[in-house]
Design a protein around this ligand. Sequence first.
Ligand code: PMP
Length: 427
Amino acid sequence: PYTGPTSDEILAKRKQYLSPSLFHFYKTPLHVVEGKKQYLFDEKGKRYLDAFGGIATVCCGHCHPDVVAAIVDQTKRLQHSTVLYLNPAIADFAEALASKLPGDLKVVFFTNSGTEANELAMMIARLYTGCHDIISLRNAYHGNASGTMGATAQSIWKFNVVQIGVHHAVNPDPYRGVFESDGEKYAKDVEDIINFGTSGNVAAFISEAIQGVGGIIELAPGYLPAVYNTIKKAGGLCIADEVQAGFARTGSHFWGFEAHGVVPDIVTMAKGIGNGIPLGAVLTTPEIAEVLTRRSYFNTFGGNPVCTAAGLAVLRVLEKEKLQQNAFVVGSYLKERLTELKDKHELIGDVRGKGLMLGVELVTDRQLKTPAKAETLQVMDQMKEVGVLVEKGGYYGNVFRITPPLCFTKEDADFLVDAMDLSLSRM
Ligand code: PMP
């Protein structure tokens, strides 16, 4: 049994010593002491079904024994900076990772986070093209350093960054967007931005395949191919931010962009890549990667042996346990069941997403799509009481984000839907 500090003691220290901007969503904050597979355990030993997976970071399941063994084994032998000496862990993982990407995307730069990966990707694009302008989507989240905060387009995540050369295009959001599911109409806005807001040439377009923080928004079909075309004509590079949608999560494909039939020039990733270990990566072509030889690029811990050993173990587990197929099968089943729930509860305005990256949007009026913000918090709290953890997201904070570890089962899916059904019935 757990014998450490109490929740109150931790909360008091957190209030005194940690950032005042830290937040938690539950009325009584959750104190988790252990994780196993798709479950988390609190200090009293109560088990929770983790349908959020620490923001999609845990793809193989909490504390997967193979990943833990790889980390422990490498830690016992050597842990140091990345680039000074030869080490097999980083080279082997780079090779394995490159084999998962299409085309010429074969050169890997490792980082410690998604923010760093996107900062690097944007810099590479600017160097390669000699242009500064970058186009991202409204409602996007790409990170919290100055460049990526500029590319992020939700006021709640933006401080007073000086935002130069970043343009935010109309979001191809099939639920709330003006053109509904007509991807090509939305794509016209990117053309307009290039024609009327830049010299005619741009450095890059960056987007997620499914917006995560933004509330599990699937980009309207046809949008990405049309925009990638436009960007190419304007001399720019296309960057796919796979921080959330990557690593088998969407089930039908290993990478989110693949479902749109496009091949990016640069792909960025983090979160799931290390199953909870701080790691990120940028993959691009040898020709584009060459720009970083113009100066010295150095990242002390990006791709260190322990994190890359973990990364390699993650890829092997995904393969061995066929977790992409599982994400597809269980995710499709879960989406079906959630969609049925929509017939029963007026509060559910939309159910969307792919594989094990699903969203349920709550509205108080289906016609007006009025965000049911307070209700979302309440249902989330009630679900926690019955032992199911989901997260909320979206600009209005009214979308349940369901991104569990990919070992989620049909029984887990049933339990989640029953818990949501019960909590919604109590509203
Ligand atoms: N891109 C996306 C799509 C993300 O969801 C996030 C994190 N929520 C980031 C980038 C930034 O990653 P990190 O927090 O590791 O810096």
